[in-house]
Ligand binder design. Sequence first.
Ligand SMILES: [Zn+2]
Length: 234
Amino acid sequence: MAYAKSSWKDKPRGLFSELKEVLTRMCSGNARCVYCEDSLAYEIEHMRPKDLFPEVCYAWSNYVLACGPCNGPKNNKFAVLVEPLKRVDITRKPNAAVVPPERGRPALLDPRVDDPLDFLWLDFRTFRYVPNTDDDMSEVWLRADYTIDVLGLNKRDALVRGRRSAFSGFNARLSAWINQQHQLTAVERQVFIEDFRNERYRGVWERMKRYNNELPLLAKSAELIKAAPEALQW
Ligand SMILES: [Zn+2]
């Protein structure tokens, strides 16, 4: 384990930048952190911590690009789901014996595999995330609750405010598109759409697209999307 950790520190630089380039393409919007969608993603995050799972220290499937404020507090924390269904925190306590962790499915959502919309419901009044189910014994609830907590997705006020302003920002951009698109050149239209896609908090927009016809809080967005249905592809 100590070897995996120290060899990670000494990894070849060339390989490292190539890896970062590929991971950046998986990021939200304009190279934003896969977890919070706010800050620039600049740290390679090992979803399964190096300390607990040295065998996947170099496994490509274990990497995502995250920001410091997400990667830092998450650090070595990890929990798994075991049968009969319950969540077990397997974070190694300081000075605890180094023994293989209990096996199970990761509780933390994996942005490479899991669709966050299946797990995290966005409350459009508070702009906080809540599990996408009321059944607190279910796998969806256990994983959503863990992810919200360990990444501090609701505890960090800047993220909550960021989602709120992203929401009004997406509406404002849609409205600008509807009013101005006919005056734009083909290139300007392309730039507009690219900028829209690069916006932070893409998850807010994904939810606006999915729920605009169902939620009264999204009535204005529903009207705008109706006037510019092409935005559903953005
Ligand atoms: Zn982040």
